[in-house]
Design a protein around this ligand. Sequence first.
Ligand SMILES: *[C@@H]1O[C@H](CO)[C@@H](O)[C@H](O)[C@H]1NC(C)=O
Ligand SMILES: CC(=O)N[C@H]1CO[C@H](CO)[C@@H](O)[C@@H]1O
Length: 481
Amino acid sequence: MLGLWSLYLAIAEVIVSIVVHLSYALSIFGSAVWIDVMSILSASSSSNSTPPRHKPKKRDSSDDKLLVQKAPIVLVHGIFGFGKGRLGSLSYWGGAEQRDDRILVPDLGALTSIHDRARVLFYYLKGGTVDYGFERSQQFGHSQFGRIYDQGHYPEWDENHPIHIVGHSTGAQVVRVLQQMLAEKAFAGHKSTSADWVLSITSLSGALNGTTRVFLDGICPEDGQTMKSISLLQVLRVAVLLYEWLDIPALKRYYDFGFDHYNLPWHKAGMSGLRDTMLGRSGPFAKGNWVLPDLSIQYAVEVNKRLQTYPNTYYFSYATNHTRKVFSQKLPRSFLGTHPLLFLRALQMCLWRHPSHLPPPYEGYRDDDWQDNDGALNTVSQLYPRIPHEHPHCELDIEFNYDQVLKPGIWYYTTLEADHVYFVINRDRAGVHFDVLYDGIFQRCRTQMKRVLMSSQTVEAAVKSICVCENECVCGLRLFE
Ligand SMILES: *[C@@H]1O[C@H](CO)[C@@H](O)[C@H](O)[C@H]1NC(C)=O
Ligand SMILES: CC(=O)N[C@H]1CO[C@H](CO)[C@@H](O)[C@@H]1O
């Protein structure tokens, strides 16, 4: 009796989730089409009345020099995200890329795994054919090679021409994984890569420590990887496999899940391919090589064991929190203020209890710590990386005011009262906060962060700054031989 009742409840929950997420997806898709149609209409109606918009002036060589000196700021999208060129002229970043003149907005696939995104990001910048690695391709059953970038977006990228990266949500973890790959020289044919290729990482609502939300969407809390049989993710899985199999070119150009290396379309996989992926024998979902399992706490525990905080890179983190305590219960901060897409999950994450018959995802896990959230990620997870040990960190105010110079190798973090999509997609929701946030980030990249070039000709012993944070942070200089 009770079993039947909870089955009904589970089905009802899935139906409500589908309705919420599908309406949001359709509204985004609709508005992208709408913007495109309107811009085509206005372009054609104004083309005979007004003079053509002046073409960008040809750059002369002095401009070029300036551009070369300015490190690009790379904006790395999160789950279901998209880069420049997708969804018409809609911007994942709510147009923030227009607030600086040297910004790159890569498209890394909406649902691909964190590992695969990091691989794509490297070749997007450096140029070449995306190489996912031979071992991975064998392990997960996909092609070793993917998209081709004839021309990298920053071919001169190296230690002396480093980049700034801003990652939203999953994007923040993608960037850390990329930096680790650079440090481990994990790109065949590029032997000189190092962690110093990244000058700064800014995490915006970053999935640094995983999230309990994936358990609500349908990932099993037992292993943080497999999917429950009745869940939103199962519906998503079927829909994505069909979308990929049908392979309608116009649609694929408009929105891409990023699974090209799995060769899912009908003309490659045939009927049997569709059957096998649907039955879970092959494809990205079969062995969990997609983004949802990568957002589980279990994955974060595993991957964070390897990821390091590097001494020459600056780290900043903006965590978001949209819950508050009412008597002894955490609840979403407000009904109207929370994005409708996130409200249900925000509430569920407040109520989430890790099943008591299972071992905790890590030693010392407490439900309480993980209740504050922004509708997609737990606030505790976004502050700074904390497993298996806590990385050096220092809490600052929203403007990152600090009475000393900011130092590399330490996570400066702050918490904002906002939900998970406050600073993306729709600029109007955050209004002036939006501009202040991005201007702050970009200005910091432009003015405050300089790599002290430690070339052996100029200095004999390199001086590095060290910050140690127990209860409060103490920073000092230390001489390295
Ligand atoms: C989130 O915000 C609430 C209300 O302001 C606060 O009580 C709570 O400590 C915050 N949580 C975190 C992890 O910062
Ligand atoms: C998955 C994960 O990141 N867990 C860590 C989150 O933070 C706590 C400390 O507050 C660590 O102990 C966990 O290992």
